[in-house]
Design a protein around this ligand. Structure first.
Ligand code: RFL
Ligand code: PHB
Length: 393
């Protein structure tokens, strides 16, 4: 098999890159190890930055998002039984975010790809990227489905690793440097068939740990609880989860938490990770394959979008002009934005979570940082600008 661009992974990064390249007249081949149903159901991100919304619209993938997505003009910070709303448009010159689940973004992009784009091969696992330093890089892969077990090679002009944190592409970038931090806690996340208890997201700092109220639709809530890193989700009963959420969201006014049947439950570990550079020869890394942020800043999917927009532009530029300038700048261009998101995600995480062994002094500093955001327009603006998104490119 031969193609111009071989993309490993059909998460948001790989799928959007395929769409952007298709629109630029380049039809890549996408290899995905899982089946379609799995990719479309994997519960993950919920928040799209303004820039991500704009990119999806321009790519012709925003129709259902504009119909079903929920525009949010702010978030609430909750601490010391107080509530503070951060008003995004007022602080950022009109910017907002969209609540539209990653599962839905992927469904929309898969439908478009199958209808209009090049090959998207599910149940096809990339085994290795070879020859990245040559002008004919190759992806060795194994097919599933009817041709189960058959090995094949995809010859490419360029290979893009969009295969997430556990993929194979990153290992083909030698001499890279990694920067990493793990956290001693994770998130227990639930989906529940109940109307959200608030019309915007609520980020709560509590002595017992962090809690987040989010949503998937006007009738489905998504909620998270900070738990120790090695927690088994099944060790929490539904009633224990609701009781704990209720405690952590408690306020001095008459706000109440609505309960409903829990339909999904899982624990997500927290990690900060960056691999530099994001390129080796004709192999490029994008999205979680190159970097991970803890979910507190809602940045992971949005970073993946920034990477592939930058890469699609560079590949289109190369095709149109023969110049490698933008491809050569790819890694440095992306990393600048990546580190801003790393910083913000780290700040939000340490602002809102209780670290095991934190001293009373550190607890007070955390409350002082929150109080500063609630009382200084400058501090609040910094949060609003970062949350609604850093510019791409
Ligand atoms: P993905 O989504 O992991 O997709 C990688 C794809 O590659 C496939 N794959 C392979 N295919 C072929 N051969 C191989 N050898 C392969 N190895 C892997 C995988 O099956 C998969 O389909 O990476 P991508 O595209 O870079 O997208 C990144 C985002 O998924 C991720 O950053 C976000 O989900 C992070 N995230 C959030 N991001 C946000 O912007 N806003 C949020 O509100 C937000 N909330 C979250 C999150 C992530 C969470 N979890 C579970 C980690 C909340 C949670 C709980
Ligand atoms: C979500 O809805 O899944 C979500 C929202 C905001 C975050 C993380 C996850 O910061």
């Amino acid at each position: 098999m031969r193609t111009t661009v071989g993309i490993i992974g059909a998460g948001p990064a790989g799928l959007l890159l395929a769409r952007l390249l298709h629109n630029a007249g380049i039809d890549p081949v996408v290899l995905e190890s899982r089946d379609r149903a799995y990719v479309e159901r994997r519960q993950r991100a919920g928040i799209l930055e303004q820039g991500t919304v704009d990119v999806l619209r321009e790519a012709g993938a925003g129709e259902r998002m504009d119909r079903e997505g929920l525009r949010h003009d702010g978030i609430e910070l909750r601490f010391a039984r107080r509530r503070h709303r951060v008003d995004f448009p007022a602080l950022t010159g009109g910017r907002s975010v969209m609540v539209y689940a990653q599962t839905e973004v992927c469904k929309d992009l898969i439908a478009l790809q199958l209808k209009e784009g090049g090959p998207l091969m599910f149940e096809t696992e990339a085994l290795a990227v070879e020859g990245a330093e040559t002008d004919r890089p190759r992806v060795r892969f194994r097919r599933g489905g009817a041709e189960e077990g058959a090995e094949d090679v995809l010859e490419c002009d360029y290979v893009v690793g969009c295969d997430g944190f556990w993929g194979v592409a990153r290992s083909a970038v030698p001499d890279g440097r990694t920067f990493e931090r793990t956290y001693p806690f994770g998130w227990l996340g639930i989906l529940a068939d109940v109307a959200p208890s608030h019309d915007e997201l609520v980020y709560a700092r509590h002595d017992r740990g962090f809690a987040l109220l989010s949503m998937r639709s006007p009738s489905v809530s998504r909620l998270y609880l900070q738990v120790p890193a090695d927690t088994d989700a099944d060790s929490w009963s539904d009633e224990q989860i609701w009781d704990e959420l209720e405690r952590r969201f408690e306020t001095d006014d008459d706000w109440t938490l609505r309960r409903g049947p829990i339909t999904q439950k899982s624990v997500t570990p927290m990690r900060s990770y960056v691999h530099e550079p994001m390129r080796h020869g004709r192999l490029f890394l994008a999205g979680d394959a190159a970097h991970i942020v803890p979910p507190t800043g809602a940045k992971g999917l949005n970073l993946a979008v920034g990477d592939v927009v930058t890469l699609a532009r560079a590949l289109a530029h190369r095709t149109a002009t023969g110049s490698d300038d933008l491809l050569d700048a790819y890694s440095a261009t992306c990393l600048r934005r990546v580190w801003q998101a790393e910083r913000f995600s780290y700040d939000m995480t340490t602002l809102l979570h209780t670290a095991p062994g934190a001293t009373p002094f550190e607890d007070r500093l955390q409350l002082a940082r929150l109080d500063r955001i609630a009382s200084s327009r400058a501090a609040e603006t910094d949060l609003a600008e970062a949350y609604t998104g850093f510019p791409i490119g």
